[in-house]
Ligand binder design. Structure first.
Ligand code: PEP
Length: 257
């Protein structure tokens, strides 16, 4: 089963309007083979409409970093999945470790966001991953499976295969410069795929895109996504410069395809 690699840049709370305009100009004239790789960017909410407009027609995915499950209401500071879809974005990241660990989102919170995004026609990147203490305690699979099962509960297989990307992001590797070894990443990715095969069937599992995230850079991306079950990357720091991000996209081209 061939899977097109998906390289996604999570811009977190970085960049500004002028920098994003320059970035989008560079992305709209790609120096990577756009055929063999899917590329996406996830700007801060306030720049979402700007990026959607600037990248219209390029095929580059534009998404939000989170969403609120309610369609509207007294939720000061929040942005509804409905609003993300309304400005033309196509995707939402849910369950990023910073949302879980800095803002206290539970598995139930993440699930509510994921379901609201799908209901509003948005595709999702569901982030899962263990802390260093959980890994050292031998609890990696337990934690990742708990987050995965909670996120995918009740979804039909076709939705999982076509509208959900799973991002395995060990918390200890995010923004730390520590990267999981290719073998460590492959072990968890293979376990995630087997888990999905158990609940949704082999065909769905074979089509599921599973990204790795955690200090991915141009000099380590090839080895990571050269692993059999690693289908791309969710990238923070190295996605903030057009040259670095385009290098990641170029290196992602055709791998595992
Ligand atoms: C992330 O934010 O999802 C991430 C993986 O960040 P970084 O690449 O900076 O580790």
């Amino acid at each position: 089963m061939s899977r097109t690699p998906f390289i996604a840049g999570n811009w977190k709370m970085h960049l500004d309007r002028a920098g994003i305009a320059t970035f989008c100009e560079a992305l709209a004239a790609p120096d990577y083979g756009a055929e063999g790789v899917r590329v996406g960017v996830f700007p801060p909410f306030v720049y979402l409409a700007q990026v959607v407009e600037a990248l219209a027609g390029t095929g580059i995915v534009v998404g939000a970093q989170n969403c609120h499950p309610a369609d509207e209401g007294a939720f000061t500071g929040e942005v509804a999945a409905r609003m993300v879809a309304d400005v033309g974005a196509s995707h939402v990241i849910v369950g990023h470790s910073e949302r879980r660990h800095v803002f206290g989102e539970t598995d139930a919170d993440v699930k509510a966001r994921l379901d609201a995004a799908l209901a509003r026609g948005l595709d999702v990147i569901l982030c899962v991953g263990e802390t260093i203490h959980e890994r050292q305690a031998g609890r990696t699979e337990e934690v990742v499976f708990r987050q995965l099962d909670a996120g995918l509960a009740g979804l039909d297989g076709e939705t999982v295969a076509t509208r959900v990307t799973v991002a395995y992001e060990p918390v200890w590797a995010i923004g730390t410069g520590l990267t999981a070894t290719p073998a460590q990443a492959q072990d968890v990715h293979a376990a995630v795929r087997a888990r999905v095969a158990g609940t949704c069937g082999d065909d769905v599992a074979a089509r599921l895109i599973i990204q790795y995230g955690g200090s991915v850079k141009p000099d380590n991306v090839s080895e990571l996504i050269g692993q059999a079950d690693v289908d791309g990357a969710l990238v923070g720091g190295a996605s903030l410069q057009p040259t670095s991000f385009q290098a990641l996209a170029r290196l992602g081209t055709g791998v595992n395809a």
